[in-house]
Design a protein around this ligand. Sequence first.
Ligand SMILES: *Cc1c(COP(=O)(O)O)cnc(C)c1O
Length: 405
Amino acid sequence: MNNISNEELNKYRNDTSGCSGVVHFNNAGASLPPDVVIDTVVAYLKEEATYGGYETEYKNIARIEDTYRLIAELIGAGKDEVAIFENASAAWGTAFKGLTFEPGDEIITCEMEYVTNLIGLSDVRKKGVKVVVINNDEFGNFPLAELVDAINPRTKLILVTHIPSSGGGILPINEIGKIAARYGVLYMVDACQTAGQYPIDVKAIQCDILSATGRKYLRAPRGTGFLFVKKSVQDRLSPILMDFLAASNVSLDGYTLRSDARRFELYEKSRALTLGLGKAVEYALNIGVDRIWQRVQYLADLTRSEFSSIPGVTVHDIGSEKCGIVTFSVAGIDSMLVRNKLVEHGINVSFGGAQATPIYMEKHQLQGIVRASLHYYNTENEIYSMCSLLKQIAKSDSTASVLTE
Ligand SMILES: *Cc1c(COP(=O)(O)O)cnc(C)c1O
């Protein structure tokens, strides 16, 4: 159901310069940021250039600090459980590589895992760690009973992606969290596509570690991300790279580790982008992520139902609960070509190759799909224009795709 009035929607669209130029359905790639986010970044950079980098930091220290509070509020964490990163891969990798595994240990994951996470898993397999992949059932749902069956005394970690970058579905992270807690297994969630799209509450999820990026549904600038590490788990992770932000009392005999999650960060980063991330989080919180999620579902449902009436268009989304990422293909036409034609006409969609979610794509024998990822600031009319263009593309002679091969 549409829960946001046209008046409210127009405000958000007026807040976003990009909305007047393009139809943007690549929010799972990078959303259009609100103008206030970019203005914050630019103003801070100018201030640095005018007064000096350190001087500007001292002057703005309270605002920079506030970004941690805002992220904590977004995910229901403590401020001392948040670290800021340049992207989700660095956040995820810092946590994962900080864990210690012995040969014979087991890690359980899902078929929808993101490529970065699979690279990390592939590396620990070389050290004798067993990786168990729980495949979705025939309906595309994560089978909780199989997870319970897979857990044994050697299981050291459960690792899942909440909203995968392909497939249109959602994993039941709260239920998985209950199981992880029942068996006392460490639990790590990739919430990259979740942040800003779907409400996150780390206490309800009962996760120990959670990572996310800024540029996707959060509408923050590129080059931002964050990591949550539960207070009681922080000492179980070794920081893989440290500078003076992480350690004090440094001598050749050792050092004292910082007492919060910022021990996993490095000191030098873009303060301008940190503030931009904070602004984006604040913007989402002001709307309410639960309200954003309702509207995203409404628009994605509308898109799926419109697509289903276009001859030649197949929606590939799986699972009983679906997100704002709609994946589809057009019969006889290469998905990259479909993507290019839409983009040529000012409609931003993306091409999803096999590389992002290799296990899932191979299982479903998908070479590539087109991905239309909807955000709350999109409109029904934008969806209708995508559909009318798709009708023409689907009708067009499929030899066009032969020519590009
Ligand atoms: C995009 C994405 C990532 C990686 O995020 P980066 O910020 O590009 O490092 C990780 N997991 C999922 C599910 C993603 O969609």
